[in-house]
Design a protein around this ligand. Structure first.
Ligand SMILES: NC(=O)c1ccc[n+]([C@@H]2O[C@H](COP(=O)([O-])OP(=O)(O)OC[C@H]3O[C@@H](n4cnc5c(N)ncnc54)[C@H](OP(=O)(O)O)[C@@H]3O)[C@@H](O)[C@H]2O)c1
Length: 264
C-alpha cells in the first residue's frame, strides 16, 4: 500500500535505536524526509547512515540528525533551528526509571513529567498550527501499554504518560481535526530493545535469576509468546502517519502481542 506521504518531512525523537529508530526507518522507506534526534552523537550518526541506506523513493528523502536532549528547551530549539515545517512528528524520549513511589521526591516527578508529558506537549504546540495551516499533519506519541494497564514499579511512567494521554484526548478533537491534523498515541507492550533488556537485567538481578530465565519467562505472559520488533512498531507508526489514517485521531493504539487482557 502506498501510504501517500513521500516527500513529507518528519521529526522523529529518540531515534538512534529502539522504537524511535523503527519509526524513522519505516518513514524513510515511504520516501519521507526525516530529522532524527537523540543525545548520544555517535550512535545517532550511525543511525542516520543506516537510515540513509534504507531510504527509498524518488527523489530520495533526506536524513538529518540533531544530537540533543529533546526534553530541554535548548534541545528543541536546536531542532527547530533547522527551519523545517514538520508534517509528521513522532514524540519519544527515554522512559522514567522503575522504583517505589515512597522514594520519589518532587524532582523525580518533575523529571518524569517533563520528559513524558510536557516535552510532547511542547512539540505539539510548536508544530500543530503550522500543520493545520498547510492542511496536513500527523503526530504520533510513543507512550506505553502502562497507560491502559499500569505496572506497579513504573509509577512515574503510569502517572506522567496518563497526563499526556488526557491532554491528547482533548487537543486532538479541537478544530485542528477538521484541518487534516491527527494526533494519536502508540502504546508499546514489550518490544525487543535495549530498554527492555535493561529492565529485564534489573529484574534478574533483583530476583537472583539469570537473564535468559527472566527474558523467556516474560514471553510466556504474552499471548503472542514473543516480543515485538522495532520494525513492527515502526510499520504501525507509518500507517498512523499515512493519508489512509486521516480519519483516525485521539486514539490510543496498543501494540502488545495480546498482553492487555481487556475486551476494550
Ligand atoms: N521497549 C519496550 O518494550 C517499551 C515498552 C513500553 C514503553 N516503552 C517506552 O518507549 C520509549 C522508547 O523505548 P525504547 O525501548 O525504544 O528505548 P531505547 O531502546 O532505550 O531507545 C531510546 C532512544 O531514545 C533516545 N533518548 C532517550 N532519552 C532522550 C532524550 N532525553 N532526548 C533525546 N533522545 C532521547 C535514546 O538515545 P540517547 O540515550 O542517546 O539519547 C535512544 O535513541 C520509552 O519511553 C520507553 O519507556 C518501551
Amino acid at each position: 500500500m502506498d501510504l501517500g506521504i513521500a516527500g513529507k518531512t518528519a521529526l522523529v525523537c529518540g531515534a538512534s535505536k529502539g522504537l524511535g529508530y523503527g519509526c524513522a526507518e519505516a518513514l524513510v522507506r515511504e520516501g519521507v524526509n526525516v530529522v532524527i534526534v537523540a543525545r548520544g552523537a555517535e550512535a545517532l550518526e550511525a543511525a542516520a547512515k543506516k537510515l540513509a541506506a534504507a531510504a527509498a523513493g524518488s527523489p530520495t528523502p533526506f536524513v538529518k540528525h540533531v544530537a540533543a536532549d529533546i526534553t530541554t528547551e535548548a534541545g528543541r530549539a536546536a531542532v527547530f533551528a533547522l527551519g523545517h515545517d514538520f508534517d509528521i512528528v513522532v514524540t519519544n524520549a527515554g522512559g522514567p526509571p522503575p522504583g517505589d513511589f515512597r522514594n520519589w521526591d518532587r524532582e523525580a516527578w518533575i523529571k518524569a513529567v517533563d520528559a513524558n508529558m510536557l516535552t510532547p506537549i511542547e512539540l505539539i504546540k510548536a508544530t500543530v498550527d503550522g500543520m493545520a495551516k498547510r492542511g496536513f499533519g500527523r503526530i504520533v506519541n510513543i507512550t506505553s501499554s502502562s497507560v491502559k494497564s499500569p505496572i506497579d514499579i513504573l509509577g512515574l511512567s503510569n502517572g506522567a504518560r496518563s497526563g499526556l494521554t488526557g491532554f491528547v484526548a482533548g487537543v486532538a478533537r479541537t478544530p485542528i481535526a477538521a484541518q487534516g491534523v491527527t494526533i494519536n498515541n502508540l502504546l508499546p507492550g514489550s518490544f525487543d530493545t535495549d530498554r527492555l533488556k535493561g529492565t529485564m537485567a534489573g529484574a534478574a538481578q533483583k530476583t537472583g535469576q539469570d537473564f535468559d530465565t527472566v527474558w523467556e519467562a516474560r514471553k510466556k505472559n504474552i499471548p503472542a509468546r514473543r516480543f515485538g520488533t522495532p520494525a513492527e512498531f515502526g510499520a504501525i507508526c507509518a500507517f498512523l502517519c499515512s493519508i489512509q489514517a486521516g480519519y483516525m485521531t485521539g486514539q490510543n493504539v496498543l501494540a502488545d502481542g495480546g498482553a492487555y487482557p481487556g475486551t476494550y
